[in-house]
Ligand binder design. Structure first.
Ligand code: ADP
Ligand code: ZN
Ligand code: ZN
Length: 736
C-alpha cells in the first residue's frame, strides 16, 4: 500500500518543500493551511501543510513523522496559499519563507491563534446531580456549587469576588464535581449602524468616482483614482467602501507610511466607528494577533495597514485600496523584495474584487497601464474644499547671498505668512546638521569607512553618523589626519536650518519633523496634533512631511533645494523628484486659504523645474513615459536584477561573471533578454561589503521569469560560492 506523504512549507531559505509522514496516532485528516511542528535536522520547526502526495513503492527514502498538528482548522485559506505560491514564483523567493509573512510573529513561532482567554468554571454532570447535603461539612464548596447551579458558569476572577479561594475550587475539581474551561474574549463587537457617521457632500467628479467603484463589486476591476493633492480621494474611497462593508464584506486599505496610520485610522473611525482596525509594525504582538484574528474571522470590517498588511488573511474581502500607490515604501528592499501594490493587484484578481490605486502622482508603471486601458481612470481635477492649487515661484540662487541656505525671498515670504497668522512648511530632504565635514588645513573629509559615502554631522547629540550603514563616531576634536581643529561643516541638514530659523524667528515655534526627531512611537502623531491646532509656526522637515498629510493652515511651502535629485544616476530619479516636489507642494493651501510654493534652485531653467512650476505632474509624466519608451526601459520593458555582495569587490563581480558564463541558457530564452552588467552598484561599498549587480531586461515577462528560473536553480547550487550573498530583485525600484 502507498502511504500518504504530507508536503510541508518550512521557513528556511531553500526552494524545496519537505515531505513528512502524518503524525503518529493521528486519526483526523490534516488540512492544507494548518500549522504543524516538524523535525528538521536537529531542530523542530513550525511549518505549514501545503499538499498531499503518495509515497511511491520505488521511493526508498526514510521520511520522518510530523510531530504535532497545531491547528485543527487551517489558519490560511486557499486564497492566501495561492497568493503565496504566486509571489514565490514571481519574486523567485522561497515559498517556506514567504508563508511566514502571512502570520504575526508569535503565531509564526507556533503560539495558539486565539484572542486573550478568560478562565471559567462550571459543574460537571456528576456535579449537577449532587445534593447539597453531601457537602454540608464543606460550607464554601457548598456555596460554590449553589452558585454554579444558579449561574451555570462563572469566571475564576468572579469566584474570588464571591470569597471563594483556589483550594475550594481545586477540592471540587478533585472530586470531579466541577471543571475548568477557557473562552476567548473577542475585542470586537458587531457594529449595527449601516450609515456612515459623518459624510461630506461630494462634488460631481467625486460622485461619479464613488458610483463607478460601487458598481464594480465582486468584479476584478483596477481603478486609478488620479486626483490632484487635496481633491478628496480619501473621501471617495471612504464612501465607496461603505457599500462593500454594508454587504458584510471587508476592505483592506494599504498606506505607505506608518506615520500616516493614526490620521487615516482617525478619519475612518469618524465614519465607521469600531469597525476599523490598523495593522503596522508599531503594534505590539497582542494587538497584531487581535487584528489578524479579527480580519481572518471576519470580525473587523476595515483594516488599514502598511505594506505587510497585504498578507493578512481576510474572511471575505470586498475591496482593496492602495493609497499613494506610487510610494516606494510599498516595495520591500531586502530579503523578499515584493511590491505590496503589485501583490494587492494579484490578490484582487484571485479574490475577484476591485482595487483602487489612489495618487496625485501615479507611478509611470500605473500610468502606462491606464493608457493601455488596463485600468479604469477616475479623475478628480479640483480641490475638494474649493481651494485652488498653489502658485509657484522659482528663486534663482545664482549669485545670491544666502542665509544658511535660505534666500531673502523665502525668508521674507515666511515672515509675511507668519504675520498673517499662517503656517509655513520648509522642506529639505536631508536630516542631521550638515552632510559632511572637511578639514580646512589638509582637506580630510568625514568619509565612512564602511561605505562609499560621507558621514553626516549631527549636533544633537554631537556625533558623526553614516546614514547608509548607521555607523556612528565621536565628533573629532582634532583632524585625524593633521591634528588641526579648523573644520568646515559643509552643506545643510534639517538640524542646521532649525537652528537658524529658531534664531531668525524667535517668537514662533519651529517644529523639526524628521526621522531623528520622531524616533519615539507617539511623537509624530503628537507633532501633527500640535500643527492642527493652527497656531502660526514653521514646520521644517524631510519627506516625512510630504506624504498625504492634511495641514489646513499651511499657506507657504518653501523647498530649499529643488535641485537635489535632478542629476541622479538612476533613471528613475526624475520620476521620484517630480513626485516628491508635487506632493510637498500639495501641502500648501489645502483648505480655505490660498497657498504658494517657493522653490530655490541654481538651475531654474532645467526642464524639470519648469515643469514642476507649471504644476502639471501628469504633463511631465507623459514626457517621461515617451523617453522611457524610446530608450526601451521600464515600464516598457520588464526588469530584474541579480545582486551579489561580498567583502571583496572582485569576488562579487566574479561571482556574477561565473554565473553568466557557466549557466547554460536555451537560445530562445537568451535571445529574448538583454543583459547589462555585471556593474558595481551606484554605491558599490556599503556596510563593509562590495555590491555588484546584473540587470536583465525583457519585453516579455514570461521570458524574464524563465531566465530567472534557470539562474535561480544555479544560485542555490552549494558549490557556487559561500563568500557571496546574492539576491534577486524583480521590478527593482531603486539603485542605491
Ligand atoms: P486627498 O485624499 O485627495 O488628498 P482628502 O480626501 O484628504 O483629499 O480631502 C482633502 C480635504 O477636503 C479633507 O479635509 C476632506 O475632509 C475635504 N473634503 C473632501 N471631499 C470634500 C467635499 N466633497 N466637500 C468638502 N470637503 C471635502
Ligand atoms: Zn586636517
Ligand atoms: Zn556607512
Amino acid at each position: 500500500m502507498k502511504s500518504e506523504l504530507i508536503e510541508v512549507l518550512v521557513p528556511i531559505p531553500l526552494m524545496g518543500k519537505f515531505s513528512y509522514l502524518p503524525p503518529k496516532n493521528h486519526i483526523s485528516p490534516l488540512e492544507v493551511g494548518s500549522r504543524v511542528l516538524v523535525p528538521f535536522g536537529r531542530r523542530t520547526l513550525v511549518g505549514v501543510v501545503w499538499s498531499f502526495t503518495k509515497k511511491d513503492s520505488s521511493d526508498k527514502r526514510k521520511y520522518r513523522h510530523i510531530k504535532e498538528l497545531l491547528d485543527e482548522t487551517p489558519l490560511l485559506n486557499t486564497h492566501s496559499m495561492n497568493l503565496a505560491e504566486w509571489s514565490s514564483r514571481y519574486y523567485h523567493y522561497p515559498l517556506g519563507e514567504i508563508i511566514s509573512y502571512f502570520f504575526p510573529p508569535s503565531i509564526r513561532k507556533g503560539k495558539e491563534a486565539k484572542f486573550k482567554e478568560s478562565k471559567y468554571i462550571e459543574l460537571t454532570s456528576k456535579g449537577s446531580f449532587l445534593s447539597e447535603e453531601e457537602l454540608s461539612r464543606a460550607p464554601n464548596q457548598k456555596k460554590l456549587v449553589a452558585l454554579l447551579k444558579e449561574k451555570k458558569e462563572i469566571t475564576l476572577q468572579s469566584a474570588k469576588a464571591f470569597g471563594i479561594g483556589t483550594s475550594v475550587i481545586n477540592g471540587l475539581i478533585d472530586k470531579g464535581y466541577i471543571k475548568r474551561f477557557a473562552r476567548e474574549l473577542s475585542p470586537y463587537k458587531k457594529f449595527e449602524n449601516n450609515k456612515l457617521l459623518a459624510t461630506k457632500k461630494l462634488n460631481p467628479e467625486q460622485i461619479e468616482a464613488v458610483n463607478t467603484i460601487k458598481k464594480a463589486q465582486n468584479k476584478n476591476i483596477t481603478f486609478l483614482l488620479d486626483g490632484i493633492t487635496g481633491s478628496g480621494k480619501t473621501e471617495v474611497y471612504l464612501q465607496a467602501i461603505q457599500e462593500v462593508v454594508n454587504q458584510g464584506k471587508q476592505a483592506l486599505i494599504l498606506i505607505p507610511e506608518i506615520g500616516l496610520a493614526p490620521q487615516a485610522e482617525e478619519r475612518f473611525k469618524e465614519y465607521f466607528g469600531d469597525r476599523v482596525m490598523s495593522f503596522h509594525s508599531a503594534k505590539n504582538d497582542r494587538e497584531k494577533v487581535d487584528a489578524w484574528l479579527g480580519a481572518s474571522r471576519g470580525l473587523v470590517d476595515i483594516i488599514i495597514g502598511t505594506r505587510s498588511s497585504v498578507f493578512l488573511p481576510m474572511k471575505d474581502l470586498g475591496i482593496i485600496v492602495v493609497d499613494e500607490e506610487h510610494d516606494l515604501s510599498f516595495k520591500q528592499m531586502d530579503k523578499f523584495r515584493y511590491s505590496a501594490r503589485d501583490m494587492a493587484l494579484y490578490r484582487a484578481k484571485l479574490e475577484k474584487v476591485p482595487v483602487v490605486l489612489a495618487s496625485a502622482t501615479p507611478s509611470l508603471e500605473t500610468l502606462k497601464n491606464a493608457q493601455e486601458d488596463k485600468y479604469t481612470v477616475l479623475k478628480l481635477s479640483k480641490r475638494a474644499t474649493g481651494a485652488s492649487l498653489p502658485t509657484f515661484q522659482a528663486v534663482d540662487l545664482r549669485g545670491k547671498e544666502l542665509y544658511e541656505g535660505l534666500s531673502k525671498e523665502l525668508l521674507e515670504a515666511t515672515r509675511s505668512e507668519l504675520l498673517k497668522g499662517n503656517q509655513v512648511l520648509i522642506f529639505l530632504n536631508r536630516r542631521g546638521y550638515a552632510p559632511s565635514m572637511i578639514c580646512k588645513v589638509c582637506g580630510w573629509v568625514s568619509n565612512c569607512e564602511r561605505c562609499d559615502a560621507l558621514m553626516t554631522v549631527h549636533k544633537n547629540p554631537l556625533k558623526l553618523h553614516c546614514h547608509h550603514c548607521e555607523a556612528q563616531k565621536l565628533y573629532p576634536n582634532k583632524c585625524p589626519s593633521c591634528n588641526s581643529n579648523d573644520f568646515l561643516t559643509y552643506g545643510f541638514g534639517t538640524e542646521r536650518i532649525e537652528e537658524f530659523l529658531q534664531n531668525h524667528f524667535p517668537d514662533v515655534t519651529t517644529l523639526r519633523i524628521d526621522s531623528d526627531s520622531t524616533r519615539k512611537k507617539e511623537t509624530l502623531n503628537e507633532y501633527f496634533h500640535e500643527v492642527r491646532k493652527g497656531k502660526p509656526m514653521i514646520l521644517l522637515g524631510t519627506q516625512l512631511l510630504a506624504k498625504g498629510h492634511h495641514f489646513p493652515d499651511v499657506t507657504l511651502v518653501g523647498i530649499i533645494d529643488a535641485d537635489s535629485g535632478l542629476f541622479s544616476a538612476d533613471f528613475r530619479g526624475s520620476e521620484r523628484v517630480a513626485q516628491l516636489m508635487t506632493q510637498v507642494s500639495g501641502r500648501a493651501g489645502r483648505d480655505k486659504k490660498p497657498g504658494r510654493v517657493i522653490l530655490q534652485s541654481y538651475c531654474p531653467d532645467h526642464p524639470q523645474i519648469e515643469e514642476i512650476i507649471t504644476g502639471s505632474y501628469n504633463g511631465f509624466a507623459k514626457k517621461l513615459l515617451e523617453e522611457r519608451k524610446s530608450s526601451k526601459i521600464p515600464p516598457f520593458t520588464f526588469q530584474a536584477k541579480i545582486f551579489a555582495e561580498s567583502p571583496k569587490s572582485l569576488v562579487s563581480r566574479d561571482f556574477i561573471l561565473n554565473l553568466l558564463n557557466k549557466t547554460k541558457i536555451d537560445e530562445k530564452i537568451r535571445a529574448n533578454v538583454r543583459i547589462v552588467g555585471p556593474l558595481p552598484s551606484i554605491m558599490e561599498k556599503k556596510s563593509g561589503v562590495y555590491r555588484w549587480e546584473l540587470s536583465i531586461f525583457s519585453k516579455n515577462r514570461s521570458n524574464l521569469h524563465k531566465y530567472l528560473d534557470i539562474m535561480q536553480s544555479r544560485l542555490y547550487d552549494p558549490k557556487l560560492s559561500k563568500q557571496v550573498r546574492w539576491s534577486i530583485d524583480v521590478d527593482p525600484l531603486s539603485s542605491i
